[in-house]
Design a protein around this ligand. Sequence first.
Ligand SMILES: NC(=O)c1ccc[n+]([C@@H]2O[C@H](COP(=O)([O-])OP(=O)(O)OC[C@H]3O[C@@H](n4cnc5c(N)ncnc54)[C@H](OP(=O)(O)O)[C@@H]3O)[C@@H](O)[C@H]2O)c1
Length: 247
Amino acid sequence: MKRIVIAGVSGAIGGALATSFIERDPDATVVGLCRNPEQAPKALLFHTKGGVLAWDAGDSASPATVAEALEPIMAKGEGIDTFIYAAGLLHGSGMFPEKRLEDLNSDSMARAFAVNSTGFGLLVQALLPWLRHREFKRIVAISAKVGSIGDNRFGGWYAYRSSKAALNMLVRNLSVELPRRCRPVACLSLHPGTTESALSEPFSQSLAKLTVRTPAETAANLITVLEGVDEEDNGRFLNWDGSELPW
Ligand SMILES: NC(=O)c1ccc[n+]([C@@H]2O[C@H](COP(=O)([O-])OP(=O)(O)OC[C@H]3O[C@@H](n4cnc5c(N)ncnc54)[C@H](OP(=O)(O)O)[C@@H]3O)[C@@H](O)[C@H]2O)c1
């Protein structure tokens, strides 16, 4: 993995992935996308190959601005070999995971869908010219096991669960279309495993029974999975240890 773009690089997992890629290969070009570029990890801010570009999943014009800014950093012909969408929203101001139907709120649903699903599709659309080269490329959505329809036995978390299920459907759709347009490619969803972050922090007490990893441990796990991915993995939903998850 030599030419990498990561969306959500100000987050715990996105930032740890960027840092790990740079530590593993200082020659890799790594471009991070996030709302406030100064919040990107230091390793990326000081990395000489790549950079950090402003991007907001809530702004539909943002992907075109990203594409324009990417051109001088990464030649389209050379292209991206790894695109990772690591942005995500579970809670925020006036937004908390719903416990029951009465908690459903149209604003929270719209915000969750914009960040957890639509943002991924619109970025892949904007980055398509960088995906047309002939080398193998990975298009990876950091999803969540709670977005699995087949695995949903507890209910609740309506906005997060349904927007992650929509993200998974975008991945499946792209796994049909992309091989026709930019083979060789694998487009997949990846559950990172429970990880210390701002997103998981409000649930730290209820997570006490689970194994919670540091962002660096999660990044190492995800990179191991990504190193083993090939065209056969196109359209799959994988756990952090490489095992298969039900859609
Ligand atoms: N942590 C876990 O246990 C866990 C478990 C399962 C799945 N995941 C998934 O892993 C991914 C990374 O989560 P994390 O744990 O690293 O959480 P995090 O530290 O809270 O990071 C979330 C990222 O999403 C970005 N984001 C939020 N709203 C955005 C918007 N409107 N436009 C652009 N970016 C926006 C944040 O940017 P700002 O810095 O600008 O807010 C940040 O970069 C998410 O997709 C999450 O659903 C995490």
